[in-house]
Ligand binder design. Sequence first.
Ligand code: BJW
Length: 319
Amino acid sequence: MASSAIPAADLRSFAEYLKGCKRIIALLGAGISASSGLPTFRGAGGLWRSYEATDLATPEAFDANPDLVWQFYSYRRHMALKAQPNRAHYALAELARRNTDFITLTQNVDGLSPRANHPSKQLHHLHGSLFTVKCTSFYCTYSRENDFTDPLVPALAIPDNTPELNPSTDDKTGEVASRSLSQALKGGEIKEADISDERVPLPALSTDVLPHCPKCKEGLLRPGVVWFGESLPSKTLNQVDKWMNAAFVDLILVIGTSSKVYPAAGYVDKARARGARVAVVNMDRNDVGSSGLQPGDWFFQGDAGTIVPELLKGVIGEV
Ligand code: BJW
């Protein structure tokens, strides 16, 4: 049973505290969606065709190789659409319905929290969405949200000989899906320990066949996500700051993030400074952020999809 993995005393003290909490914030990272079988960014689940996923998440990578970066994002869109929200996404959505002073900041771009019907006013997307596209032309402001077309253009279709990219909730770390991504264009059978060190040549795609702006007709479209060196959406940051500064904060839940990317990771210390106790849910005990754990914090080690519903059960019931 899920709860047996959580030390009983910690579960009890957390559940007791949670019942008295009013203002709660959650910070989500790729680990919550690893519970749905999607790859993470760092660690074993963080390779795509032997590229570091984070090397592809930059404006420089897109400028230099828009076809490589578009293929990376096209696979990610495809996998995210096939994945299903897990019990952690549903549990947080339910907590939001029961407590309108609970907000969630997600770094994830996969759309799984909205698909779990998380109330949208209480969900802030810090790093954008895979399903937004925007024009790269300096002179054009075109942007389109909630475009779930797969593939976006014929050239980005997943080749027929690709092993099925089926994220599975049996894969709690996203590693299997990450291997699928790595192997995808090889057309080969995916074996358990098969993470290639070679960079397999991608089909070179001419810029002409990549998605273009329907408004200005000239600019290349790009994924509506936030890459390294880019600003996070200012409207979102302002809304979060307003909430944060309105009153003291009781609790911050830090779920499935390596807490290495800023400004997102900085919300833990901001919440702490507003009085919050911190509860971290992660597979890796080392991923607790730069200021570490402090007295009064909780660390729950394991799969978010199992642990989060267990932690929230006393307030939201079974999901
Ligand atoms: C499980 C699990 C299971 C696995 N259950 N857990 C201050 C200090 C130093 C640097 C900076 C700073 N401020 C800004 C910077 C620069 C930079 C930065 O942070 N760099 C650091 C890496 C050093 N930040 C930026 O550039 C940001 N922009 C900015 O600050 O603008 C202003 C500015 C501009 C110029 C100069 C200075 C300031 C933008 C950051 C954008 C990040 N973008 C990405 C890509 C998004 C699009 C896409 O998805 O492709 O966001 S990178 C990638 O990392 C993605 C993620 O959202 C983000 C965080 O990763 P996350 O979610 O934590 O995933 P992982 O893989 O790292 O961790 C998964 C965790 O899950 C692990 O801990 C596992 O153990 C765990 N896990 N299975 C529970 N089943």
